[in-house]
Design a protein around this ligand. Sequence first.
Ligand code: NAD
Ligand code: LMR
Length: 338
Amino acid sequence: LNHLGPQTTPIGGIERQLTSAAAGSNVKVTVLGAAGGIGQPLALLLKGSPLISELSLYDIVGTEGVGADLSHIDSSPKVSSFTGAEKLPEALYSSNLVVIPAGVPRKPGMTRDDLFNINAGIVRDLCVAIAKYCPEAWVAIISNPVNSTVPIAAEVFKKAGTYNPRKLLGVTKLDVLRANTFVAEAIGVPPERMSVPVIGGHAGVTILPLLSQATPRVDVSPEKAKALTERIQDAGTEVVKAKAGKGSATLSMAYAAAKFAESCLRAIGGEPVVECAYVESHLTELPFFASCVCLGRNGVEEYLPLGRFNELEAANFEALKGELRGSIKKGVEFVNKA
Ligand code: NAD
Ligand code: LMR
């Protein structure tokens, strides 16, 4: 993660750039689903972070092995491992940030919404525990379908009386990484220099990259812009197909989640950071919407304006509303059903 600059997450032992924000910090990060395809590489990247004092790993199976392995890396975060529901309270207790990649991934032919039946209950139950054992924590949700699992978490926290919409974040960072990569390749700049805002949600047409607002400027034909947009929208499926039944994106997701977690930790430390995330929002008529937000000590401190859309983006914005509204409603109803 070297190109992230001086406050970046170094990989343990290779680089030691303890920043002032890190020195003497007392920050606990918990990963729920830590033994999974995303959880393991995410835990590895987080183990290298000088911004973390305790890295708490939780899964329903196999957490101790992952934890023992990581604990031999000569970096500061202290690793603790917890397996099974009875250990969940201890895993969560006094966490500052909880990252959730728990749940099943897609197989070829499935939509993210096809995961709802299994993952909705997993996210709900984990959030019930978060509300009890670390109600002040920031919560970053990776488990799909993100468009529904974030509203599920919000409803659980509302019922528990702990809801803080500024600290509940759906992780859409992988869409931004993909947009940066594909667009940079198309216009011939290094991907590290590319910055493409991606708004909306995290599934198919609800993923809306704003090429017209990218830096550096993207000067491509409308046909090329449409093709790039569609590739970004279908990128998760591209990986699902390539893995041919062995799951979905794990390594790129872990990288995205580690970068996102680092932004949250820097914000918790008092440094304002801009990220795209799927949050409760008043920027559109949809109650949850991914957009660029400014994170600070208290969570989302500013919702950055969506800016002007070009013709393609305006049409795509209209096209995403129905599906996103339906996914939000499905999540809300899941928690509130009798
Ligand atoms: P995986 O099956 O490899 O790992 C999931 C882990 O969750 C497993 O270790 C499993 O034991 C654990 N788990 C299951 N139920 C649990 C529970 N109740 N409590 C704690 N842990 C539990 O799957 P993966 O590839 O790591 O993907 C995880 C999720 O992330 C999937 O839903 C996938 O669709 C999603 N995902 C989201 C994005 C995104 O951009 N937001 C990107 C990639 C994947
Ligand atoms: C992704 O975008 O890679 C994830 O949401 C996983 C998936 O199912 O595509």
